[in-house]
Write a protein that binds this ligand. Structure first.
Ligand SMILES: NC(=O)c1ccc[n+]([C@@H]2O[C@H](COP(=O)([O-])OP(=O)(O)OC[C@H]3O[C@@H](n4cnc5c(N)ncnc54)[C@H](O)[C@@H]3O)[C@@H](O)[C@H]2O)c1
Length: 314
């Protein structure tokens, strides 16, 4: 992998390291450095994830607690993943969402300014809103359609300010739909529903909304490169597989793998949650070219892995 050697021995902090992506990232980073700190308030993160990265040190804390954040040992590199990540929740609780994702990011940047640390900021496809250009390139710009998307835009804008005015090394990455073992999201929702009742699967929305699923191991490879390569500083990168699949086709794929395609009755609610976007399909050519990134894990193979992990397979 490009640049892995550059992280050896570095003091690295991962906010949100007890969460889904944070766990996989910390697992990889713990092979590269012995000085890894997870900073997480465990609101959605899990102790199980922390325990499974035994070389990392957990500091239980909130990114809104600037004093505690600043009391952490000086960091060379901060991966900022901690966030409120649920779109419908952001629409019902815009102030909490803003505090965590916008103000919280500002706090992390203040810690970085104090330490002169490099920052890799996890942003989202949600900053594009309902894109009209497919596949969507980084240059499409900000058109958020949810409070979550808007709070990520504010986080990105602060990153840009700290980069231009304070000279911090910052990389922004926008994730499409990251999945894999221990994730939450539509794949796991479907598996939960099918476990409870294999005869029925209800899709929220029309089922025609489509997503770009990228495996967490591919994302982690790119994050390591972003953290280690100076050439990534000041850049914004889409991380998606570069394809799109409708949710109804995802459901059909999963039912086929499970041998349930003739046994499960699929329904749709028609109406989705507020802030839901119609299509996510990333242009990932910039990350491929500049980071030498090559996402390889196929959706079908990985769903089989997730199902096997949940002991649902026959
Ligand atoms: N999973 C995806 O498909 C996806 C897509 C786009 C963007 N992202 C972004 O990637 C990042 C990681 O997402 P994830 O899927 O791993 O989510 P997650 O919910 O599993 O992880 C978020 C982590 O942040 C922690 N956290 C939340 N609020 C905090 C606070 N105030 N202080 C300290 N810690 C706090 C949680 O406890 C959790 O461990 C987030 O920034 C998210 O917005 C994820």
């Amino acid at each position: 992998m490009v640049g892995m050697g550059e992280l050896q021995g570095k003091k690295i902090v991962v906010t949100g390291g007890a969460g889904f992506i944070g766990f996989h990232l910390c697992k990889k980073l713990s092979e590269l450095t012995s000085n890894l700190t997870i900073y997480d308030n465990l609101s959605s993160g899990k102790m199980e994830n922390v325990k499974d990265v035994p070389k990392a040190k957990l500091v239980k804390g909130d990114i809104l607690d600037l004093k505690k954040l600043n009391s952490l040992e000086k960091a060379d590199l901060i991966y900022h993943l901690a966030a409120q990540v649920v779109v419908p929740y952001s629409m019902e609780n815009p102030i909490i969402d803003f505090d965590t994702n916008a103000k919280g990011t500002l706090h992390v940047l203040e810690k970085a300014r104090k330490d002169d640390s490099k920052v890799v900021f996890a942003s989202s496809a949600a900053v594009y809103g309902n894109s009209t250009v497919f596949p969507t390139p980084e240059s499409y710009g900000f058109h958020p359609f949810s409070c979550y998307g808007l709070s990520k835009v504010v986080g990105e804008e602060y990153c840009d300010m700290y980069r231009s005015q304070y000279g911090l090394d910052i990389v922004i990455t926008r994730f499409a739909n990251v999945y894999g073992l221990r994730c939450h999201g539509v794949i796991h929702d479907f598996l939960d529903k099918l476990t409870a009742n294999p005869g029925k699967l209800e899709i929220i929305g029309t089922g025609l909304q489509s997503r770009d699923f990228v495996h967490v191991s591919d994302v982690v490879n790119a994050l390591v490169t972003m953290g280690s390569e100076d050439s990534a500083n000041g850049q914004v990168y889409n991380l998606g597989y570069g394809t799109t699949i409708t949710i109804i086709d995802l459901a059909k794929m999963m039912l086929k793998i499970l041998g349930l395609e003739k046994k499960t009755f699929v329904t749709t609610t028609g109406v989705s949650w507020q802030g839901d976007v119609t299509e996510i399909w990333f242009d990932n050519s910039k990350a491929r070219k500049e980071l030498n990134w090559n996402p390889t894990v196929s959706l079908e193979e990985s769903i089989k892995e997730v199902i096997a992990d949940r002991k649902l397979s026959k």
